[in-house]
Write a protein of this length. Structure first.
Length: 242
């Protein structure tokens, strides 16, 4: 038998313990085999009719889940079932495709938000490097007068932001994971439920490393424009700009 978190909290049991359940027709000793993700303050049990005889009555039925064969249209099946049931029947067939569309739209919105955050971050880096370059324009003029080549100037200016970006990316990934885990667990606590590990282990370490590299790439891309200006400017121009 599987149970939800509310059942475990209210009964004091844990997965693996044995409980006695009154099904209305018999006292049945069952073992708690697992915890079901079901955000609800009401204790719930999930089992087969063989495990809990007497509970699978018409009064207790809430829904039937139907899996269709490959190639069968869900919309056509729902329409056919509802026609057979009639409009006055309290039972009606529905499809989960609408929820799938919702998650598709939500995923698109999250992707758009991530793109906007990346653009904002790049513009922030551009502004920071531009101000830093303006503040150090005298040093750049001196370096150029001493023979520093444009490529070296470009590398130096990019490194001004690349170094801190590497440190920030290394810190941001684990902090973001810890913050996400704490937030999800707090939300689950208010809903009286535990959460599966898949809810917090969203990205594998390889994906987190890739995201950290993407943050460094955004920082470097934002620094390229002022770095290019610094590399092209002649010593006299740089000193005059000061």
């Amino acid at each position: 038998m599987d149970v939800n978190t509310a059942f475990l909290d209210q009964s004091g049991l844990v997965v693996g313990d044995t409980a006695t359940v009154n099904t209305g027709t018999a006292q049945v000793a069952v073992r708690v085999a697992g915890e079901v993700f079901d955000p609800d303050s009401q204790a719930r049990m999930y089992g087969s009719t063989q495990t809990l005889p007497g509970v699978a009555s018409p009064a207790n039925v809430e829904e039937y889940d139907v899996a269709l064969r490959p190639g069968v249209s869900a919309d056509s099946y729902v329409q056919a079932v509802n026609r057979a049931l009639g409009s006055q029947n309290p039972w009606q067939a529905t499809t989960s495709q609408d929820s799938a569309k919702f998650y598709t739209i939500a995923s698109g919105l999250v992707s758009l938000l991530a793109l906007m955050v990346a653009v904002a971050a790049g513009l922030g880096v551009l502004n920071t490097v531009l101000m830093t370059t303006r503040d150090r324009v005298h040093d750049l003029g001196v370096f150029k007068a001493l023979g520093m080549r444009p490529g070296q100037v470009l590398t130096m200016v990019v490194c001004w932001i690349a170094g801190p970006a590497v440190v920030a990316a290394a810190v941001a990934a684990p902090v973001a994971v810890a913050l996400n885990t704490a937030t999800v667990r707090a939300m689950a606590g208010t809903a009286h439920t535990g959460i599966p590990a898949s809810f917090t282990q969203v990205f594998p370490p390889s994906r987190l490393a890739l995201l950290s590299l993407a943050a460094v790439a955004i920082a470097v891309a934002g620094a390229l424009l002022p770095a290019s200006w610094a590399a092209r400017a002649g010593p006299a121009v740089a000193l005059h700009t000061e």
